[in-house]
Design a protein around this ligand. Structure first.
Ligand code: NAD
Length: 254
């Protein structure tokens, strides 16, 4: 593992790794979006320091839990509507557009990679997406805006317009199974990567944090960019302790 105190030197090293790579995979966590103003998960003042997670089983069995979940969804939707992708999201989108990066594997649910121009089929969402909802019984897609007036008028958690099943924001809740399609796609992309760049993840949430290890053990160069140390730093070829926007600035031009 190499950790440089000097950001200029570490950016130079990252530039070399990027220039040598044929198939880059970016792996992003909540830290990717803090520069857009969305708090991360674990830092002081972050989302979970003020709210207890709603478990999937509670959502399915308790009307009160569903009501609270939907109130939180609309709080988050309002926050996301007032948010823009940041410079890091745009650098990544350019790396995908020019064919240097094959995929973005993200733990984020904010849809900001897609809004920055990364094609949806290149974004592998491990924890789902908070910008729409699906029926837990039949899978039908529901727009949050379509459901909002009735929820706000009646306080009743939405049900599917087709089958009457429970409708839930399309995120993976605590206690809910990981989505098999994105997990398989992330596995495949990690094995095919020759450079795997982690951006803004504490790397403590599994199974997501298994993908950097998978890529590294399959021969990819592993780079970790984070404000603070992570448990996988010792496995990495290069660790950059800095702000993502500053570290990635101009990387797609090199
Ligand atoms: P985390 O909060 O555990 O870790 C984020 C890491 O990023 C921290 O170590 C922090 O120091 C670092 N960081 C924050 N801003 C940074 C910056 N500008 N530059 C460099 N590093 C920065 O997040 P996680 O590992 O993604 O796990 C949390 C879970 O919470 C994820 O599964 C995700 O689904 C969910 N989440 C998503 C969002 C979102 O969609 N934007 C926001 C909060 C939480």
């Amino acid at each position: 593992m190499t950790v440089f105190e000097d950001l200029a030197e570490s950016r130079r090293q990252l530039g070399e790794a990027v220039a040598a790579a044929r198939r880059i995979v970016f792996f992003t966590g909540a830290g990717m979006s803090t520069e857009s103003g969305i708090p991360d998960f674990r830092s002081p003042g972050g989302y979970w320091s003020t709210r207890k997670p709603i478990m999937f089983d509670d959502f399915c069995t308790s009307r009160e839990a569903r009501q609270e979940d939907w109130r939180r969804r609309y709080d988050l939707a309002d926050q996301l509507a007032a948010t823009e992708p940041n410079a890091g999201h745009f650098e990544i989108a350019r790396m995908v557009a020019c064919g240097r990066a094959s995929h973005v594997i993200t733990q984020n649910i904010d849809g900001l990679h897609q809004r920055a121009g990364t094609p949806p089929e290149k974004v592998i969402e491990l924890h789902g997406n908070a910008t729409y909802a699906t029926c837990l019984s039949c899978g039908l897609h529901h727009g949050l805006d379509d459901l909002r007036p009735e929820f706000e008028a009646t306080g009743e958690p939405p049900v599917c317009r087709y089958c009457g099943g429970l409708v839930k924001a399309a995120v993976v809740s605590f206690g809910q199974a990981m989505p098999s399609g994105p997990m398989a796609a992330a596995h495949e992309a990690s094995l095919a990567a020759d450079l795997f760049v982690v951006l803004g993840s504490s790397l403590v949430v599994y199974p997501a944090a298994g993908f950097p290890l998978l890529a590294r053990r399959n021969g990819a160069t592993l780079v970790i960019v984070n404000r603070e140390a992570t448990p996988l730093d010792a496995e990495a070829d290069l660790v950059l302790e800095g702000e993502i926007g500053e570290v990635l600035r101009g990387i797609s031009a090199g």
